[in-house]
Design a binder for this molecule. Structure first.
Ligand SMILES: Nc1ncnc2c1ncn2[C@@H]1O[C@H](COP(=O)(O)OP(=O)(O)OP(=O)(O)O)[C@@H](O)[C@H]1O
Ligand SMILES: [Mg+2]
Length: 239
């Protein structure tokens, strides 16, 4: 579903991405870790068509994102990205933040979009914030609203940049349950995280970005295979 081949990107005089090969299948959750400043966000932005690359190619669902931008339009609305700094529209209410794209891109009616939004807000434990504005929310609430905004588009590809950085352990379980739901829904998901226990609970595969290249974390991935996801799923269902 996501195919990056030999991707190079130079920033501030440094090859941040220096020959990245990355392949993620439908229904697979790939965890991307690595030290701060190594280029994880840059890679997600490139996959989402926001960051031009210098060399190599990126396709999503068979549509070319780089170097040819021919497929980029077809991907509008099919790739969801949770931004590291949330990027909510501060002048819009929580509900309007979530409903905007489903109405404009997917053509949902206001009622349909609001129903979808309210259900996601409830799943994430922030149903009572629907009519608040982002400035009235805590960091963790903003993060969950931003996640609901991505999920509302029901994309085939999800790029989650540190989705639990502002969350306590119970909320982190809810996000883990949502990732399980994405996998069952055949969504290809890339998750950047520094939270190892969250990573173990969701990853089918783990890679680390080091010196511009991806390194497979095989040992850690074998731990993932033996994990149980039931508690997280149960938590979400109970929410
Ligand atoms: N627009 C830009 N112009 C110049 N340098 C940039 C730009 N964007 C990112 N960088 C640099 O590229 C490197 C990779 O940044 P990136 O945000 O991708 O790192 P990251 O792995 O996501 O880090 P973190 O874990 O802290 O979020 C950093 O050294 C950063 O300073
Ligand atoms: Mg980052």
């Amino acid at each position: 579903m996501i195919d990056c081949s030999c991707v190079f990107k130079r920033l501030a005089g440094r090859d941040v991405l220096a020959g990245v090969d990355l392949h993620v299948m439908r229904g697979e959750a790939l965890v991307l870790c690595g030290p701060s400043g190594t280029g994880k966000t840059t890679l997600l932005r490139a996959i989402n068509g926001l960051e031009p690359i210098d060399r190599g190619s990126i396709t999503v669902g068979g549509h070319s994102v780089w170097p040819s931008r021919l497929g980029a339009r077809a991907l509008r609305g099919r790739v969801g990205m949770l931004f590291q700094h949330f990027n909510l529209f501060e002048h819009l209410s929580v509900l309007d933040n979530i409903c905007l794209a489903p109405r404009q891109v997917l053509g949902l009616t206001r009622g349909e979009a609001e129903k979808r939004a309210c259900s996601l807000l409830a799943d994430l434990g922030v149903a009572d914030k629907a009519n608040h504005h982002p400035l009235q929310l805590s960091g963790g609430e903003k993060q969950r609203v931003a996640l609901a905004r991505c999920l509302a588009m029901e994309p085939g590809v999800m790029l989650l940049d540190e989705p639990t950085s502002a969350l306590d352990p119970a909320r982190t379980h809810q996000v883990a349950a949502l990732v399980e739901r994405l996998k069952k829904g055949n969504v290809a998901t890339v998750i950047v995280t520094h939270d190892r226990s969250f990573a173990y609970s969701v990853a089918d595969r783990m890679v680390s970005l080091e010196s511009g290249r991806l390194v497979d974390l095989e040992q850690e991935t074998s731990c993932c295979a033996s994990r149980t996801t039931a508690p997280a799923t149960a938590l979400l269902q109970a929410a």
